[in-house]
Structures are given as structure tokens and as C-alpha cells.
Ligand binder design. Structure first.
Ligand code: HXC
Length: 262
């Protein structure tokens, strides 16, 4: 079997463990699901779209030789989330990667546009994390939340996403403290620009904008879904056993680069 691109980890790192990835059928979530499977975990993926789920599961199974279970589920719907988690035999690692986003000036944003993104990102993270607790607390485990570097800065024209990601980051820290007693570690990953299908289509389809973004990154390129997935694996692994409530920024230095002379 081909190794996961760029991995420094043992292939059996998560042998005997179960990982669930929301938004795991496409983009970054799919890469995270693939990475867990490639390192021995039994993987479950959640998405709204059955076709995407079946396609992702089949291709991850082909690449890793491991079975991937999928559940059609809208993370905004608590009943659907509870039903999906009820099917799990155990759970060691939850990754909240489901997201929705589009560029819209705040003054023209409809109520429904605001609540759609906040419901997916913030309430979806609540729903999945709440449903995961009974399973995770049995033997301990990890929750990793995908945020964005604008979670602690400003998110002009994606203010719904910025507000929601800021909420998720704060929730990550609150629960890191509350759930330490159960052996559950919670961390966040803040990717910089990554050309996932969703982000490219909804945020930076224009090639001129892509160039501008590249120029704003000290490492002068977009990140890859695989680079984000490896960060998630690190946080879920025993190598990060004393890391909780933290946010790992993986953005080629972009958020630091607005200096007067840079
Ligand atoms: C303005 C918009 C809009 C747009 C949707 N809406 N797209 N408003 N501009 N481009 C409004 C709709 O008009 C509607 O409000 C409301 O939002 C809900 O839209 P629906 O299409 O009915 O919602 P739904 O079918 O649930 O779809 C959700 C979605 C979807 C978020 C809109 O497009 C989606 O899931 N997108 C792909 C996910 C994605 O982009 N993932 C990557 C995220 S990357 P009204 O008032 O008309 O009813 C990320 C990190 C970025 O988040 C970091 C970058 C550095």
C-alpha cells in the first residue's frame, strides 16, 4: 500500500482505534480521513451528500486497504448526528471538519446566510462533540477542530465564518479544561489558504486572487490538504499527549506577514 504522502508516522499508529471525521467526504476532511485510515484507524466519515460519501469511502479503501464506514448526516441536525454516533462501536478521535463558507459583504448578508454558516460551523461542532462525549469518555481520546487563522483576527467578507470559527476556537479551549478529567484532549488546527474543492469554488476561484494569496504567504504557496491532515494526526497521536487547548497554525507564515516592511 502507498504510504500517506509526507508522513513521518508509523503505518500502525492508530491500530485498534476509531476516528470519525465530519465533512470527511470532500476536501480537507477527506484527506484527514484518508490519513487516519493510512495509519491503521477504522474510519467513519459524515457528510450530507451520499454520492460524495460513497466515492470517498471507496477511494480511501482502495488506497489503504481499510474499510471506511460512511453516514449521511447534516451536522446541523442534532437527531441525525446522534443517530450516526449511535452506530459507532467505540470512538477515539473526532475531527470537526465540516464547514460552509462563501464571500458576502456583511450589509447584504441575509439572516439565513448568517445562520447557515454559523449552524454548520459552530452548532455542527457542538452537535458532534456533544454526541461524541459518551464514547470518548470511556477510554479517553481527542477532538480536533478545524478553524482558520482569521478566528483570532478579522474575517472581512466572511464574517459569518469568522464569528463561527472564533466560537469553535473558544469552545476548544473551554472543553480542553472541562474534559481533561476524562482523558480527552481538544485542540484546533488553523489552516491558511488550501485549495480544497469547497474553498477554491466558494472563496478564491479567480486566478488573480489566487496569485495575490500566494504573494501574501511567506512560503509563497498554498498549503495542501495532506499537510493539514498530518497536523491533525500529530495532535491525535501520543506525541501530543501533553498538548491540549492549543491551536496549531499551518499557514506558511501568512498571518504574520502584514508587517510594514514585509
Ligand atoms: C450570499 C449566499 C451565498 C453567496 C449561499 N447564500 N451562498 N449568500 N452569497 N455566495 C445564502 C443563500 O442565499 C441562503 O440565504 C443561505 O445562504 C443558505 O443557502 P443554501 O444554499 O440554501 O444553503 P445550503 O444548501 O445549506 O448550503 C450551505 C452552503 C453551501 C454553505 C451555502 O454552499 C456549502 O456547503 N458550501 C461548500 C462548503 C465550503 O465552502 N467548504 C469550505 C469552507 S473553507 P437566503 O436568505 O437566500 O435563504 C473555510 C475556511 C476558509 O471555511 C479559510 C480560508 C483561508
Amino acid at each position: 500500500m502507498p504510504r500517506f504522502p509526507g508522513t513521518p508516522f508509523r503505518d500502525d499508529l492508530f491500530e485498534g482505534q476509531v476516528a470519525l471525521v465530519t465533512g470527511g467526504a470532500t476536501g480537507m476532511g477527506r484527506s484527514i480521513a484518508h490519513a487516519f485510515a493510512a495509519h491503521g484507524a477504522d474510519v467513519h466519515i459524515l457528510s450530507r451528500n451520499e454520492e460524495h460519501l460513497a466515492d470517498a469511502a471507496a477511494s480511501i479503501e482502495k488506497e489503504t486497504g481499510r474499510k471506511v464506514a460512511w453516514h449521511r448526516c447534516d451536522v446541523r441536525e442534532p437527531d441525525q448526528v446522534e443517530a450516526a454516533f449511535a452506530k459507532l462501536p467505540r470512538l477515539d478521535h473526532l475531527v470537526n471538519s465540516a464547514a460552509g463558507n462563501f464571500v458576502v459583504p456583511f450589509e447584504t448578508m441575509s439572516r439565513n446566510a448568517w445562520s447557515t454558516v454559523v449552524n454548520i460551523v459552530l452548532n455542527g461542532t457542538f452537535n458532534a462533540t456533544r454526541a461524541a462525549f459518551p464514547l470518548l469518555s470511556r477510554q479517553g481520546g481527542t477532538v480536533t477542530n478545524m478553524v482558520a487563522t482569521y478566528a483570532w483576527g478579522a474575517a472581512p467578507y466572511v464574517s459569518h465564518s469568522g464569528a463561527a470559527k472564533a466560537g469553535v476556537l473558544n469552545l476548544t479551549r473551554s472543553l480542553a479544561v472541562e474534559w481533561a478529567q476524562f482523558g480527552i484532549r481538544l485542540n484546533a488546527v488553523a489552516p491558511g489558504p488550501v485549495k480544497s474543492e469547497g474553498a477554491t469554488k466558494n472563496l478564491f476561484a479567480d486566478p488573480a486572487l489566487q496569485q495575490k494569496i500566494e504573494d501574501s504567504v511567506p512560503l509563497r504557496r498554498f498549503g495542501t490538504p495532506e499537510e493539514m491532515a498530518l497536523a491533525v494526526l500529530y495532535l491525535a497521536s501520543p506525541a501530543a499527549s501533553y498538548v491540549t487547548g492549543d491551536c496549531l497554525t499551518i499557514d506558511g507564515g501568512q498571518w504574520l506577514s502584514n508587517g510594514l516592511f514585509s
